[in-house]
Design a protein around this ligand. Structure first.
Ligand SMILES: [Zn+2]
Length: 102
């Protein structure tokens, strides 16, 4: 499994940048990450159906706090006060690959 060797938060550009150990870089807009949250509030844990309306996420969403969860995930607190989501490296990498069309 890939893990980031460096994580940068670009508050001005509203993007999270992850530099992976294979030197690939994922540049993830805050809003896109938030829209891909898979916590129990955003996704029905039984059906896997998305409960979050992606359009309801503000365009100018900010990131208040980011912390490491063990060595496998990030916990992010967003400016809309949502902080129950965990983003594993795999998940973040998948979001990044989707953006870059991979
Ligand atoms: Zn969530």
């Amino acid at each position: 499994m890939q893990s980031p060797q460096n994580i940068r938060v670009h508050k001005e550009q509203r993007a999270l940048e992850l530099i992976w150990t294979d030197t690939d870089v994922s540049r993830l807009p805050f809003r896109t990450v938030r829209q891909n949250c898979r916590c129990a509030v955003c996704v029905d844990e039984f059906s896997g159906k998305q409960l979050l309306d992606p359009d309801s996420v503000p365009e100018d969403l900010g990131l208040l706090e980011v912390s490491l969860c063990g060595n496998y995930a990030l916990r992010i607190r967003w400016s809309d006060n949502h902080d129950s989501g965990l983003f594993t490296w795999n998940h973040l990498r998948t979001i990044g690959d989707k953006i870059s069309g991979g």
